[in-house]
Design a protein around this ligand. Sequence first.
Ligand code: DX5
Ligand code: ZN
Length: 216
Amino acid sequence: MPIAKIAPSMLSSDFANLASEADRMIQCGADWLHMDIMANIFSKFYWVLVLVPLQDGAYLDCHLMVTNPLDYVEPLGKAGASGFTFHVEASKDNWQELVQQIKSRGMKPGVALKPGTPVEEVYPLLDGENPVEMVLVMTVEPGFGGQKFMPETMEKVRDLRKKYPSLDIEVDGGLGPSTIDAAASAGANCIVAGSSVFGAPEPAQVISLMRKSVEV
Ligand code: DX5
Ligand code: ZN
């Protein structure tokens, strides 16, 4: 299993203090900062979470829940994004160009899939010449934090882990102390967590607990 990455979702942070919230998460042991960027059909809300000036070296794991991800490659690249994960549902026709542009801007390309999307849809993006480097399996419907983890999505994580032993597999939605074992044992190694981390009295403990579950 590739190494654990714990990624607090900044969607659950105090937006008025985004930079200090990001700092706090890094102090608490976060590996990545998960940034949700959503618009149009992926969410009831039109909401673009703009990247803020952050401390050097923070890994910004950007999750694009938008219908036109190609339009975001240049601005996110310039803003300092590290990972650029687009949705397979939004990029059926142009994912090759998208992956190429993401890489040419020095970002790590990833593909996400909604709970109802079959895992087979991402195989062409992993098996071709210019593959994505991460798959994000959504464990809730895209839209907002604080939703209930959908255990049935773990079948996709298991299938992916079996087929791609060294792939970064990220899970996003409803992850916390009570659901981490299901995700980790299915084979997820990158863990996004919003409400469970920001809502905890001791976020560092939650981050450390989740890391241990992945590393077992
Ligand atoms: C949902 C977002 C998630 C969300 C997770 O559309 O992609 O990243 O912030 O929040 P929790 O961990 O509270 O489910
Ligand atoms: Zn997300």
